[in-house]
Design a protein around this ligand. Structure first.
Ligand code: ZN
Length: 139
């Protein structure tokens, strides 16, 4: 069995963003030389997500509106977490909604996606350097 590990670094200039990281994961898979196996992609920070969905027009704004409707950033005083002096109480909860990681099958050296599936990094407390872990195992 082979294994491959890489950290992808991001520094998003805004508080929140969604980034299609599929090409970066495909690059890792190519470098791993693994033809059959599994790839795990997880956010390494508790205010960011990795999830799978479509890269479709309007969808990211719909996610943003949905999350802000449920867990608005403002007023920051509504979150007990922010009594610590932080202002990212909403970001911790948004990450719980959008998830920590995805696992994708690797078949014949390719990510074995369903129709339209793409891998996204969801940032909810950006403007600093943060990481995503890519771990690939197989043969
Ligand atoms: Zn926090």
């Amino acid at each position: 069995m082979k294994s491959f590990r890489r950290e992808l670094w991001f520094e998003v200039p805004t508080r929140r963003a969604f980034i299609n990281i599929t090409p970066k994961v495909e690059d890792c898979l190519q470098k791993s030389g693994i033809e059959e196996g599994l790839v795990l992609v997880n956010a390494m920070h508790i205010t960011a997500s990795v999830f799978i969905n479509d890269d479709e027009s309007g969808l990211h704004q719909d996610f943003e509106d949905f999350l802000e409707g449920l867990v608005p950033h403002e007023p920051t005083s509504r979150y007990r977490h922010n009594l610590t002096g932080e202002d990212n109480g909403d970001a911790h909860i948004k990450r719980e909604i959008m998830g920590r990681e995805v696992v994708v099958a690797v078949t014949e050296g390719k990510l074995d996606f369903g129709p339209w599936e793409q891998i996204f990094y969801g940032e909810f407390d950006g403007r600093r350097r943060k990481r995503v872990l890519v771990k690939i195992i197989g043969s």
